[in-house]
Write a protein of this length. Structure first.
Ligand SMILES: C[S@@+](CC[C@H](N)C(=O)[O-])C[C@H]1O[C@@H](n2cnc3c(N)ncnc32)[C@H](O)[C@@H]1O
Length: 227
């Protein structure tokens, strides 16, 4: 999915499969759990979602805020302009008109964010960190930390044999695209142990994060305040 030359129907199908995975394998729930205290405490929040792909999380963020009486404005960025086009189409269908203006997607590089310090309240990245080499991962954490006033929230995969076997089997049973059948298990292999995340956060110079495990085989790493 990081191949910018990939622009055809395979990309759209892979983004749809990812949406299923985020919905049914605990992706949304993990981020919502970590954000809940902040949504309860604030009447408005600006959230940046990097490596946003099809923008899956953006309507969720806006809705979670709406339900908690917090006006969330959600900005997604992705390096692939074709992916951004699919994401914008998704926002048009996923959000009702009154909430649609609260979400947008821009083309941009998560490793050199085109925003000033503290431009957002929360920096979020889901299923993105494991795509990066160590040095890039540190840069991502530093960039997200720089632009996020309250802190950052990373949502990513637990490297575990059951997670590998699970996604290998499910992606075939559900006839996911060949790309997702290949990338899903590979992504788990590139996922994290708790100690990997602790080391990355320390190397990036972040405040000591809270790292929490969620079903199904997800981690959240958060520097957001809890109270
Ligand atoms: C696996 S997708 C994750 C999509 C979404 N966050 C989700 O959870 O469904 C990773 C995305 O990161 C994007 N990407 C890769 N390198 C990037 C970069 N340097 N800056 C922004 N986006 C990037 C890819 O184009 C791809 O859409």
């Amino acid at each position: 999915m990081d191949d910018l030359s990939l622009t055809d129907e395979r990309l759209r199908t892979a983004l749809q499969n990812l949406r299923w995975i985020n919905r049914w394998l605990g992706g949304y729930r993990a981020s919502r759990t970590a954000l809940a205290p902040l949504l309860q405490r604030h009447s408005s929040l600006r959230v940046l979602d990097v490596g946003t792909g099809g923008g899956d999380y953006l309507p969720q963020l806006v809705r979670w805020g709406h339900e908690a009486h917090c006006r969330v404005t959600a900005v997604g960025i992705d390096l692939n302009p074709v992916t951004v086009g699919h994401g914008r189409d998704w926002l048009d269908t996923a959000l009702p008109a009154p909430l649609r203006a609260q979400a947008k997607i821009e083309v941009g590089d998560a490793l050199a964010l085109p925003y000033p310090n503290d431009a957002f309240d929360v920096g979020h990245a889901a299923l993105f960190l494991h795509h990066l080499y160590d040095e890039e991962a540190r840069t991502l954490l530093q960039e997200l930390h720089r632009v996020s006033r309250h802190g950052l929230l990373i949502n990513d995969l637990h490297r575990h044999p059951w997670a590998y076997a699970g996604i290998w089997t499910l992606s075939r049973l559900l006839s996911f695209s060949p790309m997702v059948q290949h990338d899903g298990p590979l992504s788990v292999r590139r996922g994290f142990q708790r100690s990997d995340l602790q080391a990355l956060a320390a190397e990036a110079g972040l405040p000591v994060p809270r790292i929490r495990w969620h079903w199904a085989f997800r981690w959240t790493l958060s520097t957001l305040p809890v109270a």
